[in-house]
Design a protein around this ligand. Structure first.
Ligand code: FE2
Ligand code: FE2
Length: 484
């Protein structure tokens, strides 16, 4: 849909930014773009479109609440790396990746009322004790001989050192600032090369009212980390879930809920893969990747056809490990690709469901920030998700275990404000809310692995999370057979 809109805009000589796309749909895009072309617009921003939708009342028509059986979802392919042309991995491509990250997060920071940033090279020309705001990407962070934290930040115009002397009232604890984070700093100029930090802030989320279009109760079921093909895959319990989804062995109360499940999200690691970690071969029940996906398909095809299914890959799936990850290829999931209700997406990807914007990301970078940010524990992965969210960045740090593909556009930046942020990967279900955003980490369908045992991490298994899209409440349906 997005590409259709972009093509139509091009025909009309309009240049539209990506955040416009979400406001347009099948019903309204032609007349909105026609109107903008008549107004002789060239560069179209979100506000231009909003203005037209509100003044013409097309917005209410588009967003009118839906009936019980009708579904309302939209896959935002502009934010999914799948099918996009990739660069060659040159130094320039890395530079583009970081510049795009900087400018996207800068734009979000700039919208904050308490920050009026100017370029670093201009700030350095100001006299001593002048108060100035800058936005920089953290190049280096160290502790000085006096015990103060010194942060070196870059922007496209220059580099400066910022010293933290007293961080008691800071919005962000300087200890939680990681390399490559894009931060806003309120400073006082000490010299051309040294500023004193008065406050540090992340781009963060604005307060936004969520508007669901679901008129009646309906649910999105959230699962992840099946690891089909592993000896540790909880196949019986997963079959119990599928039976339940088909109304078998379900109480009257559950049947009520099941009839309202319209969407199902699978947050990656569909299969266990081959050669993902040393000695994995001994832990595999199925040692052929195609056979693993064939078994996965056999299970997934039991999902009732009236449920829209969104599948993203994880680090165990047959796609490149470097992020962002494109969708799993058709050759692995030929039957799923034929199903109209099944949508194979990349990680991260964005889907608007019943008016609520879902950010789906497997979660590989979460591992990198445990141990680097105070108090983060693997049994509370939702708090690690919050750290990504407030930085508006799924790639908080570069150069660690997780690798990234150098492409001109940084798909890891959280450009929109999600209503629901779903991750898997940690194998521990968790839920909390940050501002208006629901942070949900899915449970897994695999018993504790030797690696998790080494880490002392006990996974939570075989739980389906049910998210009510009307009242935004959360329910957990447990399929774990406790005697196993
Ligand atoms: Fe996993
Ligand atoms: Fe994973």
């Amino acid at each position: 849909m997005d590409s259709k809109i972009v093509c139509y805009a091009q025909e009309k000589n309009l240049i539209i930014s990506e955040d416009c796309l979400r406001l347009l749909n099948q019903n309204n895009y032609q007349r909105v773009l026609d109107k903008l072309a008549m107004e002789k617009k060239v560069f179209v921003c979100r506000d231009d479109i909003k203005k037209i939708l509100v003044t013409t009342n097309w917005l209410s028509e588009q967003d009118k609440p839906r009936g019980n059986g009708e579904k309302n979802f939209r896959i935002m392919d502009a934010y999914d790396v799948t099918g996009k042309t990739l660069s060659q991995g040159s130094v320039e491509d890395f530079l583009s990746l970081f510049l795009d990250k900087y400018s996207a997060i800068y734009d979000i920071l700039k919208r904050r009322e308490n920050l009026k940033p100017i370029p670093i090279d201009e700030a350095k020309k100001l006299g001593k004790n002048t108060e100035v705001d800058i936005v920089g990407m953290v190049f280096e962070k160290r502790v000085t001989k006096q015990g103060n934290i010194l942060i070196t930040v870059d922007d496209p115009t220059g580099r400066v050192n910022v010293v933290v002397t007293d961080s008691k009232n800071y919005e962000v604890n300087p200890k939680d600032v990681l390399l490559d984070n894009v931060i806003g700093i309120k400073c006082s100029v000490l010299s051309r090369e040294l500023f004193i930090a008065k406050d540090i802030m992340f781009a963060d989320l604005p307060y936004e009212k969520l508007v669901t279009t679901a008129e009646n109760d309906c649910y999105a079921a959230l699962i992840g980390d099946l690891h089909v093909g592993s000896k540790l895959f909880r196949e019986e319990e997963f079959n119990d879930f599928l039976d339940w989804l088909n109304g078998m062995n379900a109480s009257q109360e559950d049947l009520e809920i099941i009839s309202k499940i319209k969407y199902l999200i699978i947050a990656g690691d569909l299969v266990d893969g081959i050669g993902i970690y040393p000695k994995q071969y001994n832990e595999l029940a199925i040692t052929d990747i195609f056979e693993q996906y064939r078994c996965f398909e056999e299970l997934a095809l039991k999902i009732p056809d009236n449920i829209e299914v969104f599948l993203i890959p994880g680090n165990h799936d047959a796609v490149r490990l470097s992020e962002p990850q494109p969708a799993i290829a058709e050759k692995f999931l030929p039957n799923i690709y034929k199903k109209k209700n099944m949508h194979v997406l990349g990680s991260p990807s964005w889907v608007e469901i019943e008016g609520l914007l879902f950010l789906l990301y497997h979660g590989a970078t979460l591992h990198g920030i445990f141990g680097k940010i105070n108090d983060l524990k693997m049994d509370k992965p939702d708090l690690a998700q919050k750290e990504l969210l407030i930085r508006r960045d799924l790639m908080p740090e570069f150069g660690g275990k997780q690798t990234f593909v150098p492409i001109e556009k940084n798909f890891m930046v959280i450009r929109e404000t999600p209503a629901v942020f779903v991750c898997g990967h940690i194998h521990h279900h968790a839920y909390s809310r940050y501002k208006q955003c629901h942070l949900i980490s899915t449970s897994c369908w695999q018993s504790m692995t030797a690696y998790q045992e080494e880490l002392g991490h006990t996974p939570t298994v075989s739980k389906a999370i049910l998210f009510n899209l009307k009242d935004q409440s959360l329910h957990i349906k447990d399929f774990e057979r406790k005697n196993e």
